[in-house]
Ligand binder design. Structure first.
Ligand SMILES: NC(=O)c1ccc[n+]([C@@H]2O[C@H](COP(=O)([O-])OP(=O)(O)OC[C@H]3O[C@@H](n4cnc5c(N)ncnc54)[C@H](O)[C@@H]3O)[C@@H](O)[C@H]2O)c1
Length: 336
């Protein structure tokens, strides 16, 4: 059995702790937030987002970062993406050489436009950074709903080790060498989920949402491949898999925020109502900047940015998307 610490005591951190502890691993959860630790220690429940789920008593919840990082086989980074750098910076002095760190947070850093594994590599250069991502709502994972996910790592050995530690008979873990593809798929889909929620909020149909999802993935894979990701990854669990679940599930905060905007709420009102970090908003800005830096056309990303930050109405944004110049579906496909 392995010793695993999860940094971040939110919905996903707690759900993964339940999976790992259920498998017999020794699990510690660290949080910086005193009230969060207190509530978890007192109730053994994450009342807000995992109704019905209970943290087994053998899981330790701590505010002591040094103890959380000591003698661990795996550290899991599960804080919300805006806090990955600050958390990694705090943890770095306690992290040993070659420490496996599995990032499960999704996003792109504001300003630097780094993926989160790049942020971790910069803050904790001595660590062996991996990612775990896929269609995996915490609410379902904590209830043992069958789920599949993919781990990306720099070596086959690390990938297989993480696969062995996390995999159960209802939590199936695949392996991949494509870390950047997995990360980009996992973070950029949140932008498309905002757009998908918006068209649902406007009251359009399934055709419209399918169009946004498919053309959204065309944009993600176009950018992702230029940045080094592989097409197979974008067609896989952390690509289409995660896009599908995020655009169609009531658990998705990005979809929910988009839905509220489609119904006429401003971005600020939607964020307030969803009452959690809506990572798609930051990722939308980052995706647009990455598109410009890499000279990639991303019309849905452009329009969702206008809705989010320039007060464009969702209806006008959709009309502008529909009325662009005529195109081929894929530039790469040619007649003989
Ligand atoms: N919830 C899911 O179903 C799910 C599934 C897969 C991946 N993820 C990803 O996991 C990450 C966490 O999501 P979540 O749903 O657990 O979010 P959450 O809002 O429930 O929890 C985020 C946690 O971040 C930590 N945090 C907040 N502010 C902090 C600060 N200033 N410094 C350090 N830590 C701080 C806290 O422990 C907080 O509980 C996100 O990037 C999300 O995209 C979530």
């Amino acid at each position: 059995m392995s010793n695993v610490s999860i940094l971040g005591a939110g919905t996903w951190g707690c759900a993964l702790a339940i999976v790992l502890s259920g498998k017999g691993h020794n699990v510690t959860i660290w949080t910086k937030i005193e009230n969060e630790a207190k509530a978890l220690n007192e109730n053994r429940k994450n009342m807000k987002n995992l109704p019905g789920a209970e943290l087994p008593d053998k899981i330790t919840v701590t505010l002591d970062l040094e103890a959380a990082c000591k003698d661990k086989d795996i550290l899991v980074m599960a804080v919300a993406s805006p806090y990955i750098r600050s958390t990694a910076h705090l943890a770095s002095p306690y992290v040993k050489e070659g420490q496996i760190i599995v990032n499960v947070s999704k996003g792109i850093e504001d300003g630097t436009l780094y993926t989160l594994s790049e942020v971790l590599k910069e803050e904790i250069p001595q660590a062996d950074i991996a990612v775990l991502s896929g269609p995996s709502h915490a609410e379902e994972v904590s209830r043992g709903v069958p789920t599949t996910i993919v781990v990306g790592a720099t070596t086959k050995e690390t990938a297989h080790f993480i696969q062995d530690v996390f995999m159960t008979d209802v939590f199936r873990v695949y392996t991949s060498p494509d870390i950047i593809g997995i990360e980009l798929g996992g973070s950029l889909k949140n932008v498309i989920a905002l757009a998908a929620g918006t068209v649902d909020g406007l009251g359009y149909g399934d055709n419209t949402k399918a169009a946004l999802m498919t053309r959204g993935m065309a944009e993600i894979s176009r950018l992702g491949m230029i940045m080094g990701g592989k097409m197979e990854t974008f067609a896989g669990l952390s690509g289409f898999g995660d896009l599908f679940v995020t655009c169609t599930s009531k658990h998705s905060r990005n979809w929910n925020a988009g839905y509220l905007m489609g119904q006429g709420k401003t971005m600020e009102e939607a964020m307030k109502q969803v009452n959690q970090v809506v990572e798609g908003v930051n990722s939308a800005k980052a995706a647009l900047a990455l598109a410009r830096r890499n000279n990639v056309e991303m019309p849905i990303v452009e329009q969702i940015n206008k809705v989010l930050f320039e007060n464009k109405t969702a209806k006008d944004a959709l009309n502008d998307l529909l009325n662009r110049d005529k195109r081929k579906e894929y530039k790469t496909l040619e007649w003989d």
